[in-house]
Design a protein around this ligand. Structure first.
Ligand code: ATP
Length: 451
């Protein structure tokens, strides 16, 4: 009896030569990635080990979706393999000896993960696993869902052969998320969040038994045993791709949000704002592909909205959000206070742009999604589409050439010029130089008057 049959799964029906995805691999992956996989396979063969493509990429290949990440696992010494692979095809690598994993940056700049196929023993629920090395079958068995537990061999003798011990393809066809064993959520409660990530992203159903066990885990407040950092990372990944609004709504419906932090909530208003934000992001990414924005960011600003500022900051810190995010919360509050006090009511576009320039684009997109006032909405949109890209033709060096030596004066002249340019009062280098000269003269006149 094989190792796999011991686990009581339907392995008997598995025929190793059944499916070969070589053609699909070649068709769907960028040719550089295919070449890299072929090379990885050749190296593995030379080293007398087996190398597999694993995880989400295999799932996405079967689903005929675009694949981005490359995760390799090696039946054998993954670290020795990673070192050799880096020597031939990589720029650098970072290894995590205690986990038998490595992160390799290829010559092309692409980053790939290499792991050693293994079994994991969880010492206590939610903690990092202690690693025990094993074979690919065990490696796949320790994964979260059947659809994520497939591998494709890249060794030359069977390049493209699909390993699907847990009927991942069948579940992909049936569109279900299914755990591999009843212990799964107890072993790693973070899988509750992952189940919802894939349910929402792929539009799949969580299979009945899986749902039952998941609900039990949720009832037992399972996430309390998972580190804040892991929860945070999972939340970011899940809201960066796919429909973030639906994902957070689902967390809220299932009572998971309050387990992450008792004060977090996502009501209908926030859900509406998040839907509006999704549309805005779609528009923005299409119009301004060069602006690399972090999609999760404004969704999380919505999630944190409506709470007292101190609480927002303390929750964000507890959940290990980056300091930028906490700064955004403060800056947005300052901006909204100015709006409420009427301070910006009669501001010109240039003056408004100056106030917004300290905010990230994600912050402005958030504001655009949540403010109700139509006039302010259209002004924020104008900032994104016009004002923020206005730049001056002159710089501090030109002012130095005019004899301005005071750094603060240089800054304030450039600021004024920018406002004037956004407001259409000046339009080219000559105008800018002329106005700058006038400001320098005025400044020296007022200095002389004071003497
Ligand atoms: P995505 O397309 O969102 O990146 P992915 O499946 O590649 O999806 P990752 O979080 O990158 O997601 O994980 C890679 C693979 O590692 C998964 O497909 C799964 O096999 C395995 N995995 C990740 N997290 C867990 C976990 N908590 N428990 C078990 N297996 C996991």
């Amino acid at each position: 009896m094989s190792l796999l049959e011991n686990k009581g799964n339907d392995f008997a029906s598995y025929k190793s030569d059944e499916v070969n995805l070589k053609d699909r691999l070649v068709k769907q992956l960028p040719s550089k990635d295919v070449e890299m996989l072929v090379n990885a396979g050749k190296l593995a063969q030379n080293m007398g080990v087996k190398c597999y493509l694993v995880g989400g990429t295999v799932r996405d290949l079967v689903l005929k979706k675009r694949c981005y990440d490359i995760d390799l696992t090696v039946d054998g010494d993954g670290l020795a393999f990673a070192e050799q692979f880096t020597k031939f095809y990589g720029k650098r690598m970072k290894s995590f000896a205690q986990f038998g994993t490595a992160f390799v940056v290829l010559k092309t700049g692409k980053k790939i993960d290499i792991s050693t196929s293994r079994t994991e023993v969880y010492t206590s629920p939610g903690s990092l696993p202690k690693v025990k090395y094993g074979e690919i079958e065990y490696d796949l068995y320790r994964r979260d869902f059947t659809i994520n537990s497939m591998a494709i061999s890249v060794n030359p003798e069977d390049f493209g052969r699909l390993l699907d011990f847990h009927s991942g393809v069948k579940d992909l066809k049936a569109k279900v998320i299914r755990i591999l064993n009843d212990q799964s959520f107890e072993d790693d409660p973070l899988r509750v969040l992952r189940a919802i990530r894939f349910e929402q992203r792929l539009g799949f159903d969580i299979e009945n038994r899986t749902k039952e066990l998941m609900m039990k885990s949720i009832e037992s407040n399972c996430l309390k045993t998972v580190s804040a950092e892991r929860v945070y990372t999972e939340l970011i990944v899940s809201t960066n791709k796919g429909d973030a609004a639906k994902f957070i709504t689902r967390l809220s419906e299932l009572g998971i949000l309050r387990q992450i932090h008792k004060s977090l909530y996502f009501d209908e208003l926030k859900a509406e704002q998040a839907k509006e934000l999704s549309k805005l992001l779609e528009w923005f990414v299409k119009e301004y592909p060069q602006d690399k924005i972090e999609k999760w960011y404004p969704f999380h600003l919505i999630l944190f909205s409506g709470l007292p500022k101190d609480m927002q900051t303390s929750i964000a810190k507890q959940l290990t959000y980056p300091s930028n995010f906490i700064k955004s919360i403060s800056k947005i509050k300052l901006f909204l206070d100015k709006i409420d006090s009427g301070e910006l009511k009669d501001s010109t576009d240039g003056e408004l742009a100056l106030k917004l320039s300290g905010l990230r684009i994600e912050d402005v997109l958030y504001l655009l999604a949540v403010v109700k006032d139509d006039e302010l909405k259209s002004r924020l949109r104008h900032y994104l589409t016009h004002s923020r890209s206005v730049s001056l033709s002159i710089n501090g060096h030109d002012l130095l050439m005019m004899g301005v030596t005071l750094g603060a004066l240089i800054g304030s002249i450039l600021q004024t010029l920018k406002i004037q340019k956004i407001d259409g009062k000046i339009s080219n280098r000559e105008d800018e130089l002329e106005l700058a000269k006038k400001m320098v003269d005025d400044d020296s006149d007022s200095a002389t008057n004071l003497e």
